[in-house]
Design a protein around this ligand. Structure first.
Ligand SMILES: O=C(O)CCC(=O)C(=O)O
Length: 251
């Protein structure tokens, strides 16, 4: 698909889907580096950047933040032409790499991702950013694949409130109305499949209903260069959240 067709789809639907964006050898390399990162880098990270479903059980690792800042291999992946170039094509302007995250739903305990818009967390004006989600393994509906509400990027920011979900603290309070579920599209992905959504696109995922399969992915976040970021509001929000999680013993 040409870059202009891709961008037109992104603007119309609020998302695009690129099966086979990375090949099997590239995914194997990413998984090797992830293993190394979890073994060598995670022990050096702050507890507020490492989320586990059960704080005392390493096998329940669900989310990592800022991987590109902690490790040069992931830093280069996030800043490199392959991903950053795609972000710029989708946004229609130069883009700033902001975060590289790991998303897992461990078997048996992986919780649903509440419906949300990433822009609610980003504090941008205008809200023009993209998140790309790369499947590191085959992810079916039963493991909790990502679901996008088609066209929801055209209707601004919905009201969010506390979701009670570690890693996705805010969710859309009135999800379901008027046509959220009718317009929802599920994205089961094979390893290497990349899906990408705008910061105003509503999305969610079910929990992992399997007892033996993980649900591993990487999330790449890019802000359009023209966006202003309310850094003070973002920092204040993050500090409140970290304090709350620490006081509950969740991190
Ligand atoms: O992996 C998930 O369940 C959700 C990921 C997500 O919300 C995102 O990439 O913005």
């Amino acid at each position: 698909m040409s870059t202009s067709d891709l961008r037109a789809d992104f603007e119309r639907d609020g998302f695009v889907s690129l099966p086979g964006f990375l090949g099997p050898e590239e995914i194997a390399e990413a998984r090797e580096n992830l293993e190394r990162f979890i073994r060598d880098v995670v022990p050096t990270m702050s507890s507020t950047e490492v989320y586990r479903e059960n704080v005392n059980d390493e096998s329940t690792l669900k989310q990592l933040q800022k991987m590109g800042e902690h490790d040069s291999w992931f830093g280069e992946l996030m800043r490199g032409e392959r991903f950053c170039g795609l972000a710029e094509s989708l946004l229609g302007e130069p883009a700033r790499p902001v975060n590289l995250q790991y998303f897992n739903k461990p078997p048996g305990v992986g919780q649903p991702t509440p419906p949300h818009q990433d822009g609610y967390y980003f504090h941008l004006k205008p809200n023009h950013a993209v998140t790309m989600w790369l499947a590191l393994e085959d992810v079916g509906e039963e493991q909790g694949c990502v679901r996008y509400v088609r066209g929801s990027n055209h209707f601004g920011m919905r009201a969010h409130g506390k979701s009670g979900t570690l890693g996705f603290s805010q969710g859309i309070l009135d999800f379901g109305i008027p046509n959220d579920l009718e317009n929802e599209v599920a994205f089961p992905c094979k390893a290497g499949h990349l899906i990408a959504h705008h910061s105003l696109t509503i999305h969610r995922a079910d929990g992992n209903r399997t007892t033996e399969r993980t649900r591993q992915a990487l999330g790449f976040v890019y802000f359009a260069e023209s966006c202003g970021e309310d850094v003070a509001a973002k920092r204040a929000y993050q500090e409140r959240l970290d304090a709350e999680l620490k006081s509950k013993g969740a991190v």
